[in-house]
Design a protein around this ligand. Structure first.
Ligand code: GTP
Ligand code: SAM
Ligand code: SF4
Ligand code: SF4
Length: 307
């Protein structure tokens, strides 16, 4: 089965937020758009939801959070996910736990990783994350690379007056270590604790995109990935995530989300259209009923930014 939403967007990927807990406290964090509850699904409940996802045609799974590596059963979750033969399983992490987990996760069936890393400067890193853990994050990145997870992407949220001058240094670091650099525009959302920060430090990626276009040996567009652009420069790769007021980004959005407590979330930036799937699972409803609940989540999808 291959499902489309009411706007003819195929549903290709599911992003599971495994927890709202985190070991960093980034100034800009949007918590993947979550309402911050403490409830977390068990790995068996997650597995049941993934089975329905597979059945309705979801191909790609992303595990995120909060910090997904804080889940003690993270390896078991990846193992269970891998047993369902999805095309792609990835994790977004701050990298602090990777020294310990990169190899077990790879062995459990993880394909790739995105690692948040906004600065190579220890003071700036600490200012952003409120923890003096740059060294651990960097070690985690290199460990992921070493155990053969590929590609490893660096997620760098670009912020005015904080790290915007570091883009080229981060690109050099990425090239040297065979990493893809993903530059992310700072998003303002209801789930950011500090609204003023997102406004004050917003840095538009428009001009940078034009500069990269001129510098690039090749430019590619990721069609089912929000029409994002990838720039190939001097043997390195930069991808731009430019979601704000970007109608094309939303027109090409093919992802559904799941909250840690078990609700289907149709859009990162909205919380008024969630669909509870964990209660019916705990009530042992039939497969058909559970599938219909999933489809209701898809039915609720709507592009956030429109013309
Ligand atoms: N507006 C919006 N922003 C998103 C969405 N998904 C991801 N982002 C932003 O994109 C950034 C990177 O997300 P990741 O979790 O690393 O995954 P990704 O880049 O979307 O996925 P891949 O490129 O396939 O690895 C995050 O900072 C999010 O803020 C989305 O659906 N809508
Ligand atoms: C919420 S974090 C969860 C996963 C993990 N803790 C991490 O930091 O990678 C997922 C991604 O969202 C990004 N992010 C968080 N708040 C953001 C914001 N306000 N604007 C843009 N990206 C943001 C982070 O940089 C990270 O790459
Ligand atoms: S961006 Fe990731 S690492 Fe930073 S506070 Fe948010 S969840 Fe934690
Ligand atoms: S509709 Fe737009 S804002 Fe909402 S999740 Fe998709 S890309 Fe993000």
């Amino acid at each position: 089965m291959n499902v489309k939403d009411q706007y003819e967007r195929p549903i290709i990927s599911l992003r599971l937020s495994l927890t709202n807990r985190c070991n960093l406290n980034c100034l800009y964090c949007h918590h993947d758009g979550m309402i911050l509850t403490e409830d977390e699904m068990t790995s068996d409940e997650i597995y049941q939801i993934l089975k329905i996802a597979k059945k309705i045609g979801i191909q790609k799974i992303r595990l995120s959070g909060g910090e997904p590596l804080l889940r003690r059963d993270i390896v078991e979750i990846v193992e269970k996910t891998a047993s369902l033969n999805f095309k792609d399983i990835s994790i977004t992490t701050n990298g602090i736990g990777l020294k310990k987990y990169a190899k077990p996760l790879k062995d459990a069936g993880l394909n790739r990783l995105n690692i948040s890393f906004d600065s190579l400067n220890p003071n700036t890193y600490e200012k952003i994350t409120s923890k003096n853990l740059l060294h651990e994050a960097k070690e985690g990145i290199l460990q992921a690379q070493k155990v053969g997870l590929f590609p490893v992407k660096i997620n760098m949220v670009v912020m005015k007056d904080i790290n915007e001058k570091e883009i080229m240094d981060m690109f050099e670091f990425s090239k040297e270590n065979n990493l893809v650099l993903q530059l992310i525009e700072l998003i303002k959302s209801d789930s950011c604790e500090n609204d003023d920060f997102s406004i004050e430090h917003h840095y538009s990626l428009d001009n940078l995109e034009k500069d990269l276009e001129n510098m690039a040996d090749e430019v590619k567009t990721r069609k089912f990935m929000q029409d994002r652009k990838k720039f190939f420069i001097d043997g390195g790769e930069i991808e731009i995530v430019h979601p704000i007021d970007n109608t094309k980004f939303c027109q090409n959005c093919t992802r559904l989300r799941l909250t840690p407590e078990g609700k289907i979330k149709p859009c990162l930036l909205k919380n008024d259209n969630l669909v509870d799937i964990i209660t019916p699972i705990r009530e042992e409803k039939s497969e058909e009923e559970l599938e219909n609940i999933f489809l209701k989540g898809i039915y609720n999808r709507k592009p956030y930014f429109t013309d």
